[in-house]
Write a protein of this length. Structure first.
Length: 195
């Protein structure tokens, strides 16, 4: 009998029995079958090994990234604590200079402070639509109104944020410029001008 794989003429005992073949024996000899099985087993083993290697590498990368992140967080908290201590010590030793600088900064950035405070107050009473809708355009318009406020004037809500009758919103169309005196005298009253 000839083997279809190695094409050698071999004895019938060197072939596996196979009922569905015409001769009753396999067309490939036992030796070729063993070689084929071993090579396919080695291929599978190599592919499994490669998959395991890939997963190990990926897991190692994840672990390395987690360690790096944890190290960065640890470093940040340490440096933050150290920075806070240094800042406190500096302010303690230089109270006059620090308060003078803080006051000067406030005076130079009064409008920004007023914008921030108005936004905070509006958020507290849930009248700030700009941040609820995450609309940068609205927030920028409001900020622009506060930054362009002329000297001697304050930004006022036409319809007050808190009132017994109605509550206004912290939006650009509800803001106006009023003199300090007018704004203080108006307080949170709703002034309706009859036609």
């Amino acid at each position: 009998m000839n083997c279809n794989k190695c094409t050698l003429d071999k004895d019938q005992s060197e072939f596996y029995k196979k009922k569905n073949c015409s001769t009753g024996y396999s067309k490939i000899c036992k030796l070729c079958v063993i070689i084929k099985v071993k090579s396919s087993y080695n291929k599978e083993k190599r592919s499994l090994y490669n998959k395991e290697q890939r997963t190990l590498v990926q897991n190692n990368e994840k672990l390395r990234n987690e360690r790096n992140l944890n190290n960065r967080i640890r470093y940040h908290t340490k440096t933050k604590k150290k920075h806070n201590e240094l800042t406190k010590r500096y302010y303690k030793n230089n109270k006059e200079k620090a308060s003078k600088l803080a006051k000067e900064y406030y005076l130079n950035n009064k409008k920004s402070y007023r914008n921030r405070d108005a936004k905070r107050r509006a958020k507290e009473i849930q009248a700030d639509l700009a941040s609820k809708w995450k609309s940068k355009e609205l927030m920028n318009k409001i900020k622009e109104i506060y930054l362009n406020c002329p000297d001697g004037f304050e930004v006022d809500h036409i319809i007050p944020l808190t009132n017994d009758m109605v509550c206004g919103l912290h939006v650009p169309c509800n803001l106006q410029y009023l003199s300090v005196y007018e704004n203080r005298s108006k307080s949170n009253k709703l002034e309706i001008n009859p036609c």
